[in-house]
Design a protein around this ligand. Sequence first.
Ligand SMILES: NC(=O)c1ccc[n+]([C@@H]2O[C@H](COP(=O)([O-])OP(=O)(O)OC[C@H]3O[C@@H](n4cnc5c(N)ncnc54)[C@H](O)[C@@H]3O)[C@@H](O)[C@H]2O)c1
Ligand SMILES: [Zn+2]
Length: 703
Amino acid sequence: MNVHSTVSPAAIPFAIPTSRWDDAEAAGKSPAEFLLYRSNLLGSDLTVTNFGGGNTSAKVIETDPLTGEPVEVLWVKGSGGDIGSMKLDGFATLYLDKLLSLEKHYGGPEDDDKMVGYLPHCTFALNPRAASIDTPLHALLPFAHVDHVHPDAIIALAASSGGEAATRAIWGGRIGWLPWKRPGYTLGVQLRDYVAANPGLEGVMLAGHGIICWGDTAKDCYEHTVRLIADAAEYLNGELAGRPAFGGQIVAPDPDRAAIVADLMPRLRGLMTGARRKLGHWSDDAEALEFVGSADLERLAAIGTSCPDHFLRTKIAPLTLDPARLQDEAYLAEQLDAYRAMYAAYYERCRRADSPAMRDPNPVVVLVPGLGRITFATDKTTARLAGEFYGNAINVMRGAEAIGGYIGLEEQEAFDIEYWLLEEAKLQRMPAPKPLVGRIALVTGGAGGIGAATAARLLADGACVMLADRDAAAVEEVRGGFARQFGKDVVRASVCDVTDEAQVQAAFDGCAREFGGLDILVANAGIASSAPIEETTIALWRKNYDVLADGYFLTVRAAWPLLKRMKDQGGTSVVFIGSKNAVAAATNASAYASAKAAANHLARCLALEGAPDGIRVNTVNPDAVIKGSRIWDGDWRKERAGAYGIDSGAELEAHYRNRSLLKRDVLPEDIAEAVYFLASDGSAKSTGNMINVDAGNAQAFTR
Ligand SMILES: NC(=O)c1ccc[n+]([C@@H]2O[C@H](COP(=O)([O-])OP(=O)(O)OC[C@H]3O[C@@H](n4cnc5c(N)ncnc54)[C@H](O)[C@@H]3O)[C@@H](O)[C@H]2O)c1
Ligand SMILES: [Zn+2]
């Protein structure tokens, strides 16, 4: 590795947002639609606010449904969701006069939780959207339009020892400064009183948090917000210019980082503890590499994140690893143990009499000089978002350090937010995750009939899936469809010929890097051929054995080290797609049928070999899956029809249906259902088994 490189790249600058307001598009909107337009503009520009961060409001005259009289209503972004993608139903609506009269119930900061309980009593027009804890901030300020956002450039000021001075330097007293206070009613009261005592303010920095500002119209408010962010970013860029960030680079990006990460992620994942498995997400974007390679990494990482939005996603602090010791298994185990002990000690130090039980103590963010940032969570989207939030935190630290010293959130404050009782109640109400959430599957032949149906079945129950297939166009098309159906985070594709050792390895490396490891292997890529023995050329024979015997062998051998890592987390499952022809002799298909038999016996051998490592190996034997299968598009259909002396169209399908004991067609989804059973914990006590899915075929009964 290229340690102590001599040139440190210049610091990455902050992006400067510009107004995207379009008068033509805004024309003719109602006041509520104006608010939505402004919110979407702010939230969809990642230089303005991070995912889900921030909230917006407008005070609007509505007609009261009970009295028919005009009444002032606060429209404010409700609990949950993201201002970038929200719709009108994402706003809570509350009677402003009722909100303002709530103050008689407020005696001081100890009443913050109690005040949250009063908010639903102020609901206008039975709107089911819950009001968020930031509602008092908007209600108590006497302005028609209010924005509250947490862009990186603003938090950089808010989380720096030099932030207050920089705020004065940039805005000369037009923007105020309030010390850190946890969001809630108390902050709303403090803010209102501060603004009343300082007439002429155009906004207020909230230390450790973000900014709140306002305008007379939706457009004024939006453009004001964007201008303030641009002011902060320009100022910070001036301070950063001409020097490297974070004390300069001491570890350069490792050119082999993709391979190193593919090896590292499954090992870390295997060392995680707890009832639920983790998904991983790696990023080596410029921000991540700048930070992890810097002289200040250890010092700054230990301070933790500042903005509540950031640390709720990333935990109190990241785990940093020494790139020189990654091969040392004991080192990795010690580091994870030490992190968990650190987290438990933080919990013990800060817990209150009524605190909820300790949450998952494993690290969310793992930083490695030269490699970048790896994040872990119980699902892929959460892991990705945690990484993106840590990216925001890096930007904040870069700016904060440029104008002074970066300041993290005080430990007890962080704890009180992380273990806030009302949030805990929300977590407890969340539905149980789908059975395969946290599982990673690789399906070979994933672009084909049975492979795609199997992938869909696993995705539907929450698994992440790597599709591997030699047909590049087909596998990309299937991936794209699943990305639309199940979300882009949970599916990836790898172009891979299972007869090629290097391509197989690359597919599993990709799976490790994209998701963090492997829990389920479905060996399915296959072909079929038909010929009497005397017409079976050695080429045809080898083609069957290449794909069906060698291909299954190469696939499962590459999967094995990844599967073994999950022994202590409940084990893993391999499912072979065999064939009826593997157990029942077939006329004119000896190459295909005997190669399939080889694969089926390989499965049994591996069931024996895998059991000590918690790897289960089972087989599904399909027969006559004609609809949806591409095998049946080709010569196989004509050859089989020829072997039975019938036409290769509807007559062939009827032939197979009538041949079956149950007189039913067998569909790819039927095979997928059996694979799902063998892949899931429903079959946790089964290994070395076969399930025939063929509508009943006495010849294939196992004995
Ligand atoms: N359809 C049936 O009636 C039937 C019956 C018994 C067994 N099977 C088995 O089911 C499995 C899936 O078959 P299907 O019916 O879905 O067929 P399919 O042709 O629709 O799908 C097979 C997929 O495997 C891919 N593939 C083929 N060779 C490959 C290679 N060397 N490397 C990577 N990918 C490769 C193909 O591109 C295709 O996408 C096969 O193993 C087949 O033998 C099918
Ligand atoms: Zn906020």
